[in-house]
Design a protein around this ligand. Sequence first.
Ligand SMILES: Cc1ncc(COP(=O)(O)O)c(C=O)c1O
Length: 347
Amino acid sequence: MIDLRSDVKSQPTPEMRRAMAEAEVGDDAAGEDPTVRRLEELAAEATGKPAAVFVTSGTQGNLTSLLALTRPGEELIADEQAHVLHFEGGGCARIAGLLPRTLKGERGCLDPKDVAAAISEGSVIRGRTGVVVLENTHNGAGGIAVEPERMKAVVEVAWGRGVRVHLDGARIFNASVALGRPVTDFTQWCDTVTFCFSKSLGAPCGSVVCGPADVIAQARKARRMLGGSMRQSGHLAAPAIVAMETMVDRLVEDHRHAREIAETLATLPGVEVDLASVQTNMVYMKLLREDMTDGDFAAAMGRRGVLTGGAHPTPRVFRFVTYHNIDDAATANACEAFREVLGEHAC
Ligand SMILES: Cc1ncc(COP(=O)(O)O)c(C=O)c1O
C-alpha cells in the first residue's frame, strides 16, 4: 500500500535499524546515556540553542516546553489551527493549566498586531500571557513554511512585552529546506523549539526540545513528571542521529512528490487544491463531488492501493503527506490512482 496518511507512517531506514542495535547506551534518567547526550548536543547545535532534552514525542515536547515556560492560570496565545490546541489531548489546558487565546493566522503565521492586542499583562480578573506558540511548518495551514521574517515580527512583539515564545517545529527541517534557509534563521525567533525525528526525518520515534539551559533543566523535570524520562533510550536516539545526519537534504524530494500530487489533483474535476499552500510535504484537498462521500473516496483509493485515511479533520478535506518511503514510483502510482478515482468519467 502507498500510505499517504501522514509522514508519521515513515519506516526506519536499514542504517537506522543497524544504529538502534549497535547503540552504546546507559541510564538516561541519570544522564548516563552517551548516545542520547550526543543527540541532544547535535539538536542544540542545529537549532543554535545552548541545551536540549530528548523527549518521547512532539506532543511531549510541546507540553514540557509549556510547563517549563509558564505557570498555571496563565494564557497561551496560538493560531486557531495550532496542533498544540487540536491534537495533543488538551494537555496545555489540563496539565499545564493554560487558557488558550486563539487568533486567526494568515498563511500559517499570526499577525503581530493581533498578538499585541491579545497579550495580557495580568490583573485581578485575568491571567497574564505566559507564552506565544508558533508552528513551522504550519500543518493546519497546509504545511506552509513560514519565513523567518514573519516569525520575527510576531516574536519581537512578544519579547517586547516580556512574553516568551515556543516554536512547534515538528517539521522545522522541512521549512528550512523549502525556503533554503538554515534552521537557525527560524529558531533564533523563539525561546524553545520542539522538533520531531519521527516524521519526515524517518526515525521510529522521539522528538527534542531545545532552548536556554535553565529552561531545559525545567523541561527535564517536566519530562520526568510526564513519564518521559526513559532508561537505555540511546537505542531510540541512535536512529534519530542517523535521521539528522542523512535525512535532511533529501526532504527536497518529498516536497517535489507533494507538488506532483497537488498538480495532478489540480487538473481533476470535483476537487479543490490551493497550490500556493503546497510548499513542503503536505497536500490538502477538498472533495466537492456530491456523488461521492468521504468514505467512498477513501475506499476507492484503497482499492487502488493508496491509503488516504478519512477526512482530516474537517469533513470533505483530505491531507496527503509524502516522506522517504513514497518514492518516484509510488508518487506516480498514487497520481494514477487519483486520476482513476476522480477523473472525468470515474465513479
Ligand atoms: C505540527 C505538529 N506538532 C506536534 C505534533 C505531535 O507529534 P507526536 O505525534 O510525535 O506527538 C505533530 C504530529 O503530527 C505535528 O504535526
